[in-house]
Design a binder for this molecule. Structure first.
Ligand SMILES: [Zn+2]
Length: 270
C-alpha cells in the first residue's frame, strides 16, 4: 500500500494533500519552496538506513541515517514483559525492523505528540504492534488505520512503564516514566514536552521550538508539577539530548526560571 511522507516533518500521510497540516501549524514551518513529499522507496534509494544504539541498559535509540524530517530518535525501551517504541521515526526498512524486533517483542508504538508520529502505522504493521495516539490530538493523524487506538490520562503500558500527559506543547503531549531506568533511580522520556537543553543542567517548555513560542508560567508550573509525581533522576529528549542526573530537581528549577522570566522578575537584565 502506498502512502506519502512529508519531507519536512516525516509524518506519514494517506493522501498527498496541498500542504501538511502539521507543518502549516504555527509550531512548525513549510519550506520556502513549498510542500515536499517523499516516499519510503525514495528514501531507501537515496541511502536511508536505520541505526539502533544503546543509550543505557534496556534503552536504545532508533534513528535513521540520514535523518528524515525533524530527525528525532525513537526510544526503544525493554522490559521482561516486552518493549515500547516511543516517538517512531519517519523511515524504516527490513533491516531496521529486524534490528528492533531482535531487542524484544514490541507491544506498543506511541508518539509523544503529532510531530513525532513519523511512519507510526508502518512501524506498527511491520512489528505487529498497536499504535497508541493521544485522544486529545487524534485530529492530527493523517494516515488513519485500524491498528491505531486512542488513549488518555495515565496508562501503565508495561510493568513499571507509565505513559502520562502533562500536555503543554500539544494538549495531549505525553512523557514516559520508567521506574527501573537509571539503575533504578527512574527515567523520564520527555521528548519535546520537557526539552533537555544542551547545557545538560536545564530544560525548556515551549509551544513551538523552531518558532520560539513560549508557554505561560501557569502551564509550565502544571507540566512540572505533573511529572513531579514520579521519581526520576535522568531525562531523555527525543534527539541525543539528555539530563544525565538530578533531572527531577532540574525540571522544577527550570520551570521556576521560566515562570520568573515570563512574569517579568528578570526585566532588569534586559
Ligand atoms: Zn509535515
Amino acid at each position: 500500500m502506498s502512502f506519502w511522507i512529508c519531507a519536512t516533518c516525516a509524518v506519514e500521510h494517506a493522501e498527498r494533500v496541498e500542504v501538511c497540516a502539521i507543518c502549516a501549524d504555527d509550531r512548525q514551518w513549510v519550506p520556502a519552496e513549498g510542500q515536499i513529499w517523499t516516499t519510503l522507496a525514495e528514501l531507501r534509494e537515496t541511502g536511508g538506513r536505520v541505526e539502533v544504539l544503546e543509550r543505557e541498559p534496556d534503552l536504545w535509540a532508533v534513528r535513521s541515517r540520514p535523518g528524515v524530517g525533524i530527525g528525532q530518535e525513537s526510544k526503544l525501551l525493554r522490559t521482561d514483559a516486552g518493549c515500547l517504541l516511543f516517538d517512531p521515526i519517519g523511515y524504516l526498512d527490513q533491516a531496521g525492523v529486524d534490528a528492533v524486533a531482535a531487542v524484544g517483542d514490541v507491544v506498543a508504538i506511541v508518539a509523544s505528540h503529532p510531530h513525532m508520529y513519523g511512519v507510526q502505522v508502518e512501524w506498527g504493521r511491520a512489528l505487529g504492534a498497536p499504535v497508541l495516539v493521544a485522544e486529545q490530538d487524534r485530529q492530527w493523524v493523517a494516515r488513519p488505520d485500524p491498528i491505531i487506538r486512542t488513549w488518555s490520562g495515565d496508562l501503565e503500558i508495561l510493568p513499571g512503564v507509565t505513559l502520562t500527559q502533562p500536555g503543554g506543547h500539544f494538549p495531549g503531549s505525553a512523557v514516559v516514566h520508567w521506574a527501573a531506568g537509571a539503575e533504578g533511580r527512574g527515567v523520564l522520556l520527555a521528548s519535546d514536552t520537557i526539552f533537555a537543553n544542551p547545557d545538560r543542567t536545564s530544560v525548556s517548555f515551549m509551544r513551538s521550538y523552531p518558532n520560539r513560542i513560549p508557554l505561560s508560567g501557569r502551564v509550565v508550573d502544571r507540566v512540572a508539577s505533573h511529572v513531579e509525581r514520579f521519581a526520576f533522576d535522568r531525562l531523555y529528549g527525543n534527539f541525543d539530548n539528555v539530563i544525565p542526573v538530578d533531572a527531577r530537581a532540574i525540571v522544577r528549577r527550570s520551570a521556576d526560571r521560566h515562570i520568573g522570566w515570563v512574569n517579568g522578575d528578570f526585566d532588569h537584565l534586559t
